[in-house]
Design a protein around this ligand. Sequence first.
Ligand code: SF4
Ligand code: SF4
Length: 121
Amino acid sequence: MPTKSNFKCDRCCGKCCRVLVQVDKEDISRISKLGYEYSYFLEGDIMDEKNLVLRMDEKGCIFLKKDKKGRYSCSIYKNRPKTCRKYPFFNKKPIKSCYPEILFPIENFSYKAWISKQNKQ
Ligand code: SF4
Ligand code: SF4
């Protein structure tokens, strides 16, 4: 099973950038300093209206890019939200897969709920 020390993303699928990514004040401040309007990159979390998430379009996160070779990348990589930096290892345990549909229970397709559950284990 992949662990934090041996895991390597081959950037072939971009699946992890097609699920809700909640952002906090620090994330929002860091990204807005790059020149993006709030309305460009933020929207309400449909799972919890109190929270904000990165805006999605039909391909996934608004910052997800695909090059001519079909490899995915993050256009704000150095300034990406903290949750994106942690993915897919939110604690020290090995994981079965980095694919979000395996990593997250379907009813909790929100990072915050999943992280909270992991922290209680
Ligand atoms: S789901 Fe896994 S393999 Fe696909 S882009 Fe994300 S980390 Fe990489
Ligand atoms: S900010 Fe970057 S790493 Fe995070 S979901 Fe969007 S494209 Fe993926």
